[in-house]
Design a protein. Structure first.
Length: 608
């Protein structure tokens, strides 16, 4: 956006884009070639965001650098942006077309007193609203304790005002109908319509009856041009009910209803671990729903919000390079964690089976909240759970019934495992091989350095310690926790000396460098750095390397094969970035890429 890079934490207000196409975005970013991350407010039109209005690394008006860009911001259909900045308890609203103009701020004289604070909000609801026609509504508290809603309109040089006992939020505003606000008045607390005539009319009060239920809270609402409100309510009988406040009121939807909804089903990442068959994907964002690729389409297996073996809506699966809450066994069985336990979906099926139900009693402690899962060829399932002893423990389950405790870790508890005289306080990354060995990174109490340990099936063995162990004469400076198992072979990333991490294999008694960053590849460039990697049961490596030009490569035996050059077109488009990879025993490589056409595309590369 606007020539910046590293965009993250994107947020938009309730009307952005406007119906006329104007866009206002708050996001974190970097300037090209600079490491410093800033938060900024961007303005654009249509599909192009071309203007950086402000960022917290540059002084604005009365604010020095380091202020906060509040969530109260919006844009009208003329492209005029409204936003609020805060610093050390002081808050100011601005309006900006070409020039920045102060609207109102703490300390300004108002209604015989002065502004003490601007709004407060409730449940994440902003206390301001920017309408498409340019109307601006907000809540203020004065130094004399009085609270008001203010409304700035094009036809009034001074803001309209209405006093309330407490002003908790602006639900919606429509230029023709007025403002739908949530407030407390002498007659009670609830939603009120502040009409164009200036009066407040009750729409729905808390602790009163509506359609046979008692309204306990009002979460949000909208307002039509005719003044008809739609409210999202919490009642004594339903955690969510959406009601059209017509005469008589009508329920549109409530918690538990099934509604036909058409929505994009994008791919966020891939579920790793499977060494045969088509990919399972994480879809919809992070955390994600789970689906399987079938005949060039996606078939859902578990969706966010599904009630899976219990009454708690599932919050989805998470993925990173280190730990997983969804993982495939090499033969294709899928395992993922839910609050009620660990779920298994057999290879070739979409039917969910409960593999382990929680709470689960092991070694006289109750284990809850399963997370992190992996599985090997012989059916061992590795998992982590919190316990009633106020610690977390690593387990391997065989045959679905035999639970073997491997490790206990805690920041302060007496139950934590002691290895080589050190008390384990944390775990970062793991890999389970076909012999049931576990490779993992451990953190010890009162020690900054990571250590790499191997569970052999009976005991823990130290393999490397950060800033102590040397490999080929070079000091281990980094243990990123990115471990992989291929059959009976174990790999990890290790940072040696001052260079980027290399791919190293544990050979039973020593480390062997499998992919060195200083190696020359057949395409004529050094490896440089390894960004992603995976391994199959033959010990073949599939990795994304970058030294100027990013390449996807496979190492089979001693031979390196090029899968893709990200600077050359694939399927008539350029690959800008590869976000996930998946590798099969027959050498088939799957990878998820973002193309120059702004598409997320799942590719497969078949071995020659």
């Amino acid at each position: 956006m606007a020539g910046t890079e590293g965009t993250s934490g994107i947020q938009i207000p309730r009307i952005s884009p406007s119906s006329g196409g104007w866009v206002l975005v708050r996001a974190s970013f970097r300037f090209p070639g600079q490491p410093q991350v800033y938060q900024g407010l961007f303005r654009g039109f249509g599909e192009r965001v071309t203007e950086l209005l402000l960022w917290d690394g540059r002084a604005v008006g009365d604010f020095p650098r380091g202020y906060t860009i509040d969530y109260d911001f919006g844009i009208n259909n003329d492209g005029v942006a409204y936003y609020s900045l805060s610093n050390q308890g002081r808050r100011i609203f601005y309006r900006q077309d070409t020039e920045r103009v102060k609207v109102i701020g703490a300390g300004d004289a108002l209604l015989g007193s002065a502004v003490s604070s601007l709004g407060g909000g409730r449940q994440g609801l902003p206390t301001s609203f920017v309408a498409e026609n340019g109307d601006f509504v907000l809540a203020v508290t004065l130094q004399n304790g009085a609270q008001y809603f203010l409304r700035y309109t094009a036809i009034s040089p001074e803001p309209q005002n209405v006093r309330v006992q407490s002003a908790a939020g602006v639900l919606w505003h429509h230029a023709l109908a007025g403002s739908l606000v949530f407030a407390n008045l002498p007659e009670g607390t609830g939603a009120f319509l502040w009409g164009p005539d200036g009066g407040l009319k009750p729409v729905q009060m808390l602790n009163t009856a509506l359609l046979g239920q008692t309204v306990q809270d009002i979460e949000s609402g909208t307002l039509s041009a005719s003044g008809e409100a739609t409210l999202m309510l919490r009642t004594n009988a339903s955690s969510m009910t959406i009601v059209r406040m017509s005469d008589p009121p009508r329920i549109i939807a409530k918690a538990g209803d099934r509604l036909p909804v058409t929505a994009p089903f994008n791919i966020f990442s891939l579920v790793g671990g499977g060494r045969v068959g088509v990919p399972h994907v994480l879809a919809g964002g992070e955390p994600s729903s789970i689906a399987i690729l079938e005949a060039a389409s996606l078939k859902p297996i578990a969706a966010i919000g599904d009630r899976i073996f219990d009454s708690t809506p599932w919050s989805g699966a998470a993925w990173n390079q280190v730990n997983w809450t969804a993982r495939k066994a090499p033969a294709g069985d899928l395992y993922f964690t839910v609050p009620a336990g660990i779920v298994r979906v057999a290879a070739g099926s979409t039917t969910q089976q409960m593999f382990l139900r929680f709470p689960l009693t092991v070694n006289n402690v109750q284990v809850t909240n399963p997370s992190w899962v992996d599985a090997n060829t012989r059916g061992d399932v590795f998992w982590l759970g919190s316990t009633s002893a106020n610690d977390a423990r690593l387990f391997v389950t065989r045959n679905g019934t035999e639970h073997r405790q491997l490790l206990v870790f805690s920041n302060s508890g007496t139950s934590a495992t002691t290895l080589d005289g050190k008390v384990v306080s944390g775990v970062n990354g793991f890999a389970l091989d076909d012999d049931g060995r576990v490779l993992t990174s451990l953190q010890f109490r009162n020690e900054a350095n990571q250590s790499l340990y191997l569970w052999s099936g009976e005991t823990w063995q130290l393999l490397a310690r950060q800033n102590e162990t040397r490999i080929n004469g070079q000091m281990v400076r980094q243990i990123p926790g990115v471990h992989r198992a291929g059959g009976r072979r174990l790999f990890t990333l290790l940072g040696l000396g001052e260079g980027s991490p290399v791919i190293a294999e544990w050979r039973g008694s020593a480390w062997e460098i499998a992919v060195n960053t200083t190696q020359m590849m057949p395409h004529g460039q050094l490896v440089g750095s390894v960004l992603l990697y995976d391994v199959n049961r033959n010990g073949d490596l599939f990795f994304l390397q970058s030294s100027g030009t990013p390449y996807l490569m496979v190492r089979r035996g001693e031979q390196f094969l090029t899968v893709a050059n990200l600077y050359r077109p694939v399927a008539e488009k350029f690959l800008l970035r590869v976000t996930a990879i998946d590798f099969r025993d027959d050498g088939t490589a799957y990878f998820l890429g973002i193309t120059s056409g702004d598409e997320v595309v799942l590719f497969s590369a078949r071995p020659l």
